[in-house]
Design a protein around this ligand. Structure first.
Ligand SMILES: *Cc1c(COP(=O)(O)O)cnc(C)c1O
Length: 401
């Protein structure tokens, strides 16, 4: 007898009883756009503003709420919002806190795409921006005006790795009660230092908002894009949440699941990649081909004393500046000759990465000349990574005299 196909109703209206008495290590994964209400009274009673219930997948599911709570714990905050990338986390803060006529101050060495956002969309929306030198808190104080509503911090700076005096910068912003201070905490990952406890004990010095590209260490797999926005202040969280809701910036359950799987090993990976990064940075410090090794844990790196005052750990990430007697094409040949280090953006994944940058194109007043290579340490054996750098230096060729 030919089988009669089941009606779609029989497939959809299938009874599902969650298994009682079943507990697993990982939380269950819930995927939803639609959330079902028991009746109209329940539908009318629910609000997306509180986590007392569920309204629509975009505003959260048990899976995304679980991840939000874990990131808030990691950051030492009380509330977290999740968005589709680290850059989207920066965008959420800008969009929620800035209006036409306001001004935002951004470190000169901040993550590049966040600066491009200020130069393009924010400018078009009538929001002014200025880039400041984060290594001189006095210059930040001078740059603040009554229109300054938001000040970004980043520690260390992207690619050039200068570590600013974060407590001093926060104190400058605190002189202006109408300004909010937001930190890009991707490098620290919630482990290297506590963005909500920057002062000595008893000194309640804290940033207002901490954002992370969860894409980096919290994921660790080089396969997920996600960002977080964490606060300690309930009113500030609600302002951010309202914009998050109106802009439609929620995340899906599958990506949250990947993060929930990676988070337990975050401290172990961070520690291992830190150790490898310091070992390779120390090796580069003895090489004549480079004029600077930019790693905040090295005493010669800019802002090392500020790193040492706040941190014991560091991300497995550093840059070397090649002597200008090597042309940019020679440095590219070195990078191309690397076998274990692959060429690609982002960092904190299992595979080590190298990217060349031209300093002159990146900074208004670069402290060094020439070509820089940024290394991101993966999880390979450190001896193999050192050997890879050594063999690839053969491709660099002779220095100009
Ligand atoms: C990577 C990165 C971002 C952006 O993260 P994406 O998820 O790639 O958008 C933001 N800030 C810093 C410091 C980063 O390194």
């Amino acid at each position: 007898m030919k089988k009669k196909p089941p009606s779609s109703t029989s497939l959809i209206a299938h009874r599902y009883v969650p298994p009682p008495g079943f507990t697993s290590v990982q939380p269950a994964v819930h995927r939803a756009s639609t959330v079902i209400f028991a009746n109209t009274a329940a539908l009318r009673a629910r609000t997306w503003k509180e986590k007392t219930g569920y309204t629509y997948g975009l505003h959260g599911t048990p899976t995304t709420f679980t991840l939000e709570e874990r990131i808030a714990t990691l950051e030492g905050g009380s509330e977290t919002l999740l968005v589709s990338s680290g850059l989207a986390a920066i965008t959420l803060v800008d969009a929620a806190l800035l209006r036409a006529g306001d001004e935002v101050l951004i470190p000169d060495n901040a993550y590049g795409p966040g600066k491009e956002l200020a130069k393009n969309e924010l400018a078009a929306w009538g929001i002014r921006h200025r880039f400041y030198d984060p290594m001189q808190p006095g210059l930040l104080a001078a740059a603040m005006t009554p229109a300054t509503r938001l000040v970004w911090l980043e520690a260390p700076g992207s690619v050039t790795m200068e570590f600013p005096d974060l407590p001093a910068l926060v104190r400058v912003v605190r002189e202006h009660p109408s300004a909010t201070v937001a930190l890009d905490n991707t490098w620290g990952a919630g482990l290297a230092f506590d963005p909500f406890e920057l002062g000595a004990s008893g000194d309640p010095l804290a940033v207002d908002v901490s954002v992370q590209a969860l894409t980096k260490y919290p994921s660790g797999g080089a396969d997920v894009l996600m960002g977080s926005v964490t606060t300690r202040d309930a009113a500030l969280h609600q302002r951010l949440k309202a914009t998050h809701m109106r802009m439609g910036w929620g995340i899906g359950g599958n990506d949250a699941e990947l993060l929930l799987r990676s988070l337990p090993s975050l401290p172990l990976r961070y520690e291992a990649q830190d150790r490898a990064g310091r070992e390779l940075a120390a090796w580069w410090s003895k090489r004549a081909e480079v004029v600077a090794v930019l790693h905040p844990a090295l005493a010669s790196s800019p802002g090392h004393e500020h790193w040492a005052a706040l941190c014991t750990q560091a991300a497995g990430l550093f840059s070397v500046v090649f002597d200008t007697r090597y042309r940019s094409a020679q440095v590219d040949a070195f990078v191309d000759a690397l076998k274990l280090f692959r060429i690609g953006y982002s960092w904190a994944g299992p595979v080590s990465l190298a990217v060349p940058y031209e300093l002159a194109a990146m900074r208004s007043r670069p402290a060094w000349q020439g070509t820089l290579v940024r290394f991101s340490l993966g999880l390979e054996a450190i001896d193999d990574l050192v050997a890879d750098c050594r063999q690839a230096l053969d491709a660099l060729g002779p220095a100009a005299s």
